[in-house]
Design a protein around this ligand. Sequence first.
Ligand SMILES: Cc1cc2nc3c(=O)[nH]c(=O)nc-3n(C[C@H](O)[C@H](O)[C@H](O)COP(=O)(O)OP(=O)(O)OC[C@H]3O[C@@H](n4cnc5c(N)ncnc54)[C@H](O)[C@@H]3O)c2cc1C
Length: 447
Amino acid sequence: MSRITIVGGGLVGSLLAIFLAKRGHKVNVYERRGDPRRTDVYAGRSINLVVSHRGWTALRAAGVEEAVKAITVPVHARMMHDREGNLNRVPYSIDNRAIHSVSRGELNRRLLTEAEKLPNVKVHFDHRCVDVDLQTATCHFQREEGDHVVVEADVVFGSDGAFSAVRSKMMLGRFSYSQEYIEHDYKEVAFPANPDGTPKMDPQCLHIWPRRWFMMMGLANQDGGFTGTLFMPHAATKDSPGFDTVRTEAEVTAFFKAHFADAMPIVPDIVDQYLRNPQSNLVIIRCAPWQVNGKVALIGDAAHAIVPFYGEGMNAGYEDCKVLNDLLDAHGDDNWAEVMHRYASVRKPNGDAIADLSMRNFVEMRDLVADPQFLLRRKIEGHLQARHPDKWLPLYSQVKFTDIAYKDAWEEGLRHDRIMEEVMRLPGIEEKWESAEVEKKALGLLG
Ligand SMILES: Cc1cc2nc3c(=O)[nH]c(=O)nc-3n(C[C@H](O)[C@H](O)[C@H](O)COP(=O)(O)OP(=O)(O)OC[C@H]3O[C@@H](n4cnc5c(N)ncnc54)[C@H](O)[C@@H]3O)c2cc1C
């Protein structure tokens, strides 16, 4: 049994606590903010996330799948809204598989409750980590009231998010780090339900308004409403408006009328919300190594902050927890040096791969989903998958519906790109996309 300190009781820290406590370790979680079940740390905002296959694999392994499933809404397809309000529904998979929408606050509350059911987990709110001794696994916490708490442990996990204090300490040593802000920021807008609580749009779809340089998406909540997120450059470019040019009431009204007219009757106060709600930015963080001395390791966003366009940030963090748990099974619970070393070597390339995959999906969601050539390619890939499920699994399915390592999915996806480029060049592809000739060409190139 080890004494374990987890810094950060967010989405990943709370699941990690469950995994480690169920192995018999003594787990203390220290969270900077107050208890989200008692205070509204999410500021009344109903932000939601998508849980997908890898997330479920980890939640199941931790024994909390059912507790989480109860608070999710299944999502089976993308629903594209064009400028004229025409809809086009594109299923995520040929076999009607779903990803699941869940409220971030609700998920965090549920996992904290599940963690606290275990007698060997204690969650300490209002404890901000200010220092970590990487040699001794001793953490220092500052409390609101001013007292300073020092905690000794055998190992420390930094699950304290993109701006991790644990990682800051690691950066003082031999540590590589990169931080990239993308040009797009985002703002959230709440889509209300009908007065009787029914949804105003199909809740089983992720709604997307792709506008080439910017986009809006909407994801269902359990209360019949949706969380809408507008992604747009923070500064206008020659091609696109930006948050800096859509500022006044008149500008915002004109912007929504021009680009998202069909959303205006659904969200009557969309302009007020835009003017009122905060604008947030998006950062990609890569770093290495993820562990020091078999004593301190990073997990979740602290190790790999990515853009949200594949909806995989949390799922990747949950997969980190599952991989760590498997390594403890394989190497024993008293062999932290070996386990942490292997954890960091296995997960780091996958963290980099999902960062790249997420930027790629941004381009797809923002402009390609409205491109007929892209939609045709999707149809051909779906056809190949239906006919040869053992040979052709589209990249999106590999990422969202399997446990295939992100880095392997990424490499296979690049191979599919090369093959599909040739397939799409076949004369008359628009007419013969379902033909034996196209199938033979694609499979021949696959080798
Ligand atoms: C707009 C948007 C949409 C997203 N959609 C999805 C999605 O659909 N699916 C998906 O899988 N992912 C999604 N993500 C990514 C997801 O939110 C993150 O990957 C996930 O929250 C990471 O969890 P975490 O626990 O590592 O970090 P966090 O959720 O950031 O939690 C870190 C915790 O540590 C605490 N903390 C911070 N500093 C300290 C300190 N010094 N001391 C003590 N505690 C501290 C924080 O208060 C917080 O509770 C999205 C992200 C964004 C921005």
